[in-house]
Structure formats: structure tokens, C-alpha cells
Design a protein around this ligand. Sequence first.
Ligand code: ATP
Length: 441
Amino acid sequence: MTIVGLDDTDSRERGMCTTYVAARIATRLRRTLDSDADPVSRILLVRLNPAVEYKTRGNAALAIHVDCDPDLAFSVARETLASLAETADERTHPGLVVADHDAGPASIPEAVARFAEQAVRDHLEIDDAREQCDRHGYRTWHAGDGRGRIGALAAVGAWRACSEWTYEYISYRDPERWGTPREVDPESVFAAADWGYPAAWDTVDRGESETVCVPHTPGPILHGIRGDDPEVVRQVAERIESEPVDSSQLFVTNQGTDAHLREGTIGDVRDGRAYRVDGRVATPPETRRGGHVFFDLMSPETGADPDETEREGTERLECAAFEPTKRFRDRVRSFRVGDRLTVCGEVSRGTLKLEKVAIRDLVRTERVTPTCPDCDRRMESAGRNQGYRCRECGTSAPTREERPLERDLEEGWYEVPPCARRHIAKPLVRGGFDAPTHPER
Ligand code: ATP
């Protein structure tokens, strides 16, 4: 099997899309080979570390698995890349890596699989890619500074590196229409989304009445339907009424798998990586300008007692639910100091950008200034560390009293809505979580 890895062909302003380039290469290879059986066994759409600064949008890299001579694949891919890649944009640095391996994932060298894992969770250098390509005798081509070879090599390694795959069925527009408003009937999208759910997910956002599957950027994509079942995503796409579809392609992808998340602790997280972190809410959630909601997380070992949370020197991690996460912010605003959580998201400038949260343990009581049992009035502090006293009758109480707290949250996982979902983040509806889930749709 020949694996054609490619990346970095698009530009934010001019609008191309590496999925389209890959689909074009696959079509040209099919035409050239003209065999009865489809020589292309699959096309992988691999989402790499979403924190990488060089990305145009979703940090996607592509790999075509094709049964043909690697030299032929290389020349077809290079020609297509050179003609379609937006090299006029100085931030576009296309890369192509062609490998020749047996069909099974195990035939891909371990080091290349490791490279793919790192590309999803970490930061790599162009030299790292160049070295690996040389070592394994891969054919390569690039333009610009050739940064695209990082993603292209990662896409080659992904077949072995990733253990979980989902699907996206992408429909493309007639090139004449690129850059013009898309004609898609929203009602048919909502109906198709209902029909396909939950095997197809993130097609729409009901809360925001948004057709999430239809992009707003100027590129060639009309809509992309994501899900767990290749047949369902195809049928959802076919149920959508729209302008004519020029071509379509099914991709096998690591979208919706949380492949970017690694385990972390409050003290050891680093910028540019994404984590799962356990902790307790240390400060009341605060809504700041722009509607972003912030709170601090502290070590899970700290007790739930608010007095304890005020202790100096406890390590903190700021967490944020940004405005685009919409209704998810209401959940976050309901957190109380002492709630025990698992937070997930990318750390950027020391702040974890929340993608999903598990509520492990909710604070169910609060401690308040005691009420006098004799005259039913609120007591007052009798001085530092001297408890409380009733001004009327002199009755005293040693500490604050506990009273039950009404919570409108339940234990379990909460997530940002589909309109705010990162491509690689796993929707709760996919299941496999370690606590009850509260999926958004
Ligand atoms: P689109 O989603 O529209 O296809 P994109 O967001 O995928 O665009 P690219 O144009 O592919 O963005 O740019 C990402 C660049 O970053 C590529 O050159 C890729 O090789 C490189 N890159 C990807 N992952 C890493 C990583 N982990 N470390 C360093 N560079 C990376």
C-alpha cells in the first residue's frame, strides 16, 4: 500500500482546503489507474494539535491509502499540490510525504507512529520530520519553508498511532460558486440531523439554531457530516437539500475522539497542550467583559471547606469558558467553591480553555453566620477566632452553621455545545465516559 501524506495547502483569505486537494489526488489516481476495484482504500483526515500557532483553522492533515506504484502516486500528488495549493499566501507551506508500506497499520514504523502521536499532542520541528523521512526512505516534496511535511508525515503515521476512528462525509461545491453564499435549506439540515442522530453528531446546534455542518469560510466545502457510521453520514448528506453537489468524499478521521488530551495536574500543565485535570473550584466563577467566565481550580486534595480554600500557597489553574461556548457558561457560572471537577481543554497563557467538565462531587451545604436559637436574629462575629454572639441576648456560638444548598447541577460530564466544538473533541453522545453524561445537541 502506498500512503500519500499531505498538509498545509490552504490559506485563510483565499480559501482552499487540504481535504479537497486530497480528494482531487484520489480522483486523479483512480482515473489514471482505471482498475475495476477502487485502488483507494481510504482517505484519513487527521486533526493535529489544535494549539499549533501555524494552523489556518482546524490543523488538518490528510493521508490517501492507495494500491499503486509509489512513484506514480508521488508524481500525481505533487502535480495536484503544486496546482491547487495556495502558495501565493506566504503563510502556506505545502508538504508531501509518500511512503510504501504493507496494508496493515503494524507495517508503519513505530517511530513514525510516535511522530503522529506527538503531532496531535505536542509541538514538532521541521527538522524532526525531515530526519524521519530520510531515515525511512520516504519520497518528499515541499514548497515555502516545507512546514507542511510535519503534518504530512504525521498523517502517514496516524494509521498506526490512532486507535479510534470516526467518519466525515464531505460534499464539495461547484468551483464556479466558491466564495459566493452557500444555498443550503436549513430545514432539511435539521431534519437530516434528527434522522441521523446519534450515529451522526454535531450536524446542527439546536440551542443556537445553527447548521454547524455548513462552513462560513470561502473554501470549496458545502457541508461535512460527522459521525460513527459511514453509511449514516452519507445518507444524512444526501437528505440535505442544497445547490448542486459537485463531488463528495468519505474521510476516516480522528475527529471526535479527544486524541489531543493528556493527563495533567494543576502544577505541571504547559501552554500549547491539552489536558484532563482533576481539581476543586477555588474561586467563585466570575463573568468578565465580553461574557467570558473564569474561575480558579486548586488541587483535588484541598478540602471542600471554603476556609481551607483561602489558604495561601495552594497552586491554582485558571479555567475559562469563553463567550462562544454559549449555554455551557451557565453550567460554569453555577459552580461553587469546593466542587470537585475534572476539566478538559487546551492550556494557553496559563489558562485552561474548557471543552468539557466532569462534576465529580458537588458541595451540598454552605456555612453561614449562625442564627440565634433564642431570638432568631443573625449573630455577629465576636472577634477574630472568638466565634459568634447574639447582640440581643448574648447567646454565643463557636463556629458558623451549615445549611443545605440547592444545586441545579448534577454529577457527570457537561460539554460545550456543537457550535463551539473543536474538531478533535469527543462529543458526549459518543459514550465511553466514566460518569453519567449530559450531551448537548
Ligand atoms: P485547514 O484546517 O484549513 O486544512 P489547517 O488548520 O490544517 O488548515 P495548515 O495550513 O495545515 O492549517 O497549517 C498547519 C501547519 O502546522 C502545517 O504546516 C503542519 O505541518 C504544521 N503542524 C501541524 N502540527 C504540528 C505540530 N504538532 N508541531 C509543529 N507543526 C505542526
